[in-house]
Design a protein around this ligand. Structure first.
Ligand SMILES: [Zn+2]
Ligand SMILES: [Zn+2]
Length: 254
């Protein structure tokens, strides 16, 4: 499985793009940044978007992607997939003919750019060339992480979450898991904010490590750009050598 980091951050800054990953060139795993990270032919190759939750830093890239798909190639389309609450939030809150046009009718209703698919939580479902299991995590709006597996190797994606259990339970014992992609938003001094906003700090991650499947690398994403150096210093102090921060634009092979 190939994972390309389109956006590694929990917000936008100069050279920092909001969270998005591209799996095997065709499946977005969250979509905070898309068009600013890919050529037009690369955008046209996208077929699916797995959306963890409705916060803009995870889906803003979809709005510009729809223009590329709609205006550059007849028949190009993306299926936006997530649990019911997330799909409904995208449909009603974004592609609602107010914030952005309803791309389920563009260019025509019979060949739409946007299709929606509701995924079941805690069930493994086929999406493109991988298997995907959404698992509810601990955030301020309905949110799922995802277990993504191609039959031989897989990863666990936390999305945005504070301390959680179900995702690690779902992953425990699964063969072939090669990485945990785990969020960290704030430095330790903003622990109270992290608690309210339901995000991780390095101190919380240190505790979370005991619950994770053992000896699997932990790749950090979603650091708020303004805290990047501070959080990186704090993460470097966590012993065990399992933790590294994902690099934007890099391609990781599992
Ligand atoms: Zn976020
Ligand atoms: Zn969020």
């Amino acid at each position: 499985m190939k994972i390309r980091v389109l956006g590694a951050f929990g917000g936008e800054g100069l050279g920092h793009r909001p969270s998005a990953f591209l799996v095997n060139d065709k499946i977005l795993l969250d979509a905070g940044s898309v068009t600013g990270a890919l050529t037009v032919p690369e955008q046209l190759a996208i077929e699916h978007a797995l959306v963890s939750h409705s916060h803009l830093d995870h889906l803003a890239g979809l709005v510009y992607l729809t223009e590329t798909l709609g205006f550059c190639e007849e028949g190009a389309a993306v299926t936006i997939s997530g649990i019911d609450a997330v799909v409904n939030a995208v449909r009603r809150g974004v592609f609602n003919d107010v914030l952005w046009p309803d791309f389920t009718k563009i260019p025509r209703a019979d060949v739409p750019v946007v299709k929606y698919r509701t995924l079941f939580a805690d069930v493994e479902q086929r999406v493109g060339d991988v298997w995907v299991t959404p698992v509810a995590v601990n955030h301020t709006v309905p949110t799922t992480g995802f277990v993504v597996h191609d039959g031989s190797t897989g990863l666990i994606y936390s999305a945005d979450t504070g301390p959680t259990e179900a995702l690690w339970d779902a992953a425990r014992g699964l063969p072939g898991i090669r990485a945990v992609i785990l969020e960290c938003a704030f430095p330790n001094r903003l622990g109270p904010l992290a608690e309210v906003a339901k995000h991780m700090t390095p101190a919380l991650i240190r505790r979370e490590l005991d619950k994770l499947p053992p000896s699997i690398p932990v790749w950090i994403f979603h650091v708020k750009p303004q805290f990047h150096e501070e959080v990186a210093d704090e993460l470097a102090g966590i012993e065990g050598g399992r933790i590294s921060i994902l690099e934007q634009n890099h391609v990781y092979s599992l």
